[in-house]
Design a protein around this ligand. Structure first.
Ligand code: MG
Length: 173
């Protein structure tokens, strides 16, 4: 059984993951409208991953006899002038999410909730990857600058990203 403190904290994380999903969907459509369908694809995959993160937390709450409480999702920005701006915003956001996961981990330790701490280990590794992939794309778009051919080629590269069901969901059944 989850303590009320942990239940509330994980519910807040569910909201944050859904907000992340909404942010990346907004970025996807910003670039869809801009004719950069590969970048749009990358953010659509990111959107699905964030939905999956929320689902993992919701499944966990239910598994532990808690209750999921869905709250309103705050509005997100709708325009980014360049891909570089969007990936910089992505990295900044993912760093905040990392801090949230770390706080949740510290809370689980303080509450002696070792099952929650164990569940969070996957997210700690996941955040390392999230920050790394955003940083790699910042590096690439910085290197390219305003070169149209470079942006075209990188857009093609990002069109190839496919969604893979995260392992905690793939093994949940
Ligand atoms: Mg996430």
């Amino acid at each position: 059984m989850l303590s009320k403190t942990i239940e509330d904290a994980i519910n807040a994380q569910v909201n944050a993951e859904l907000w992340s999903a909404y942010l990346y969907l907004s970025m996807a459509h910003n670039f869809e409208a801009d004719g950069k369908s590969g970048i749009a694809n990358w953010f659509k995959v990111q959107f699905k991953e964030e939905q999956a993160h929320a689902e993992i937390f919701m499944n966990y709450i239910n598994q532990r006899g808690g209750r999921v409480w869905l709250k309103p999702i705050d509005a997100v920005e709708t325009e980014w002038a360049t891909p570089l701006d969007a990936f910089k915003a992505t990295l900044e956001h993912e760093r905040k999410v990392t801090a949230m996961i770390n706080n949740l981990y510290a809370l689980a330790e303080a509450e002696h909730d070792y099952a929650t701490r164990e569940m969070l280990n996957w997210f700690i590794s996941e955040q390392v990857e999230e920050e790394e992939s955003a940083q790699q794309l910042i590096d690439k778009f910085t290197l390219i600058g305003n070169d149209g051919m470079g942006i075209y080629m990188l857009d093609q590269e990002l069109a190839a990203r496919v969604y893979n069901v995260p392992s905690p969901l793939a093994t949940a059944e």
